[in-house]
Write a protein that binds this ligand. Sequence first.
Ligand code: UDP
Length: 237
Amino acid sequence: MKKEQLYSGKAKTIYSTEDPEVFIAEFRNSLTAFNGEKKAEAEKKGFYNAQISKKIFEMLEANGVKTHYIKMLSDIEMLVKKVEIVKLEVIVRNIAAGSITRKYPVKEGTVFECPIISFDYKSDEFGDPMLNDDIAVALGIATRKELETIRKLALRINELLVPYLDEREIKLPDFKLEFGRQGGEILLADEISCDTCRFWDKKTGESLDKDVFRFDKGDLLKAYEEVARRIVPEIFE
Ligand code: UDP
């Protein structure tokens, strides 16, 4: 099925298939943080993230959100629709954590009355700087209409994810989305996993995500496994 490797990112490798409109995303065990400065490998990380992403994409599709997800080919290989990635990291925040608490006068844990959406330019070379709509349009990163569609989709995804995770005893302080263009439509792409979301245990507030790796907070795989147990319990049967 796999034809040739097209692209290898920090955590996934993309392959072409016989169908020019379909790619395979393979979730790897590699981890990076701080723009690639900190690196590691963690056995089973790819498996947990692939399974968590699959389950969340299925939930979103069932609620009318179009994604690039087609089906799983194996534990770590996801068949996805070919899209042209919009060079934006779309950040959604419900509770203050991470960079917003370093750059602005807001304390970690502050609950925002309304979710905050911001766009970073997806560029390792420039260190993912924050954009506003005028910069994104001037640089040809996205059109104004696309930005509006992406904002609405991000809010809808957040509206679906927060209660879904709450039922599983997980708080969602913030997360990152990527979107792609396909045949005049905008689809949710990339992944939604412990690498791209902050997940806090509802009772203890403990990090169950990549912050465990970023800040050496403990056993990364235990944290990812805990999220997988709550979201995809069937893989442990
Ligand atoms: N995020 C991501 N990839 C990035 C930057 C951020 O997946 O390149 C996610 C991150 O895991 C968090 C959210 O986006 O859930 C907000 O990240 P933030 O801006 O606070 O950056 P950080 O504190 O992680 O540097």
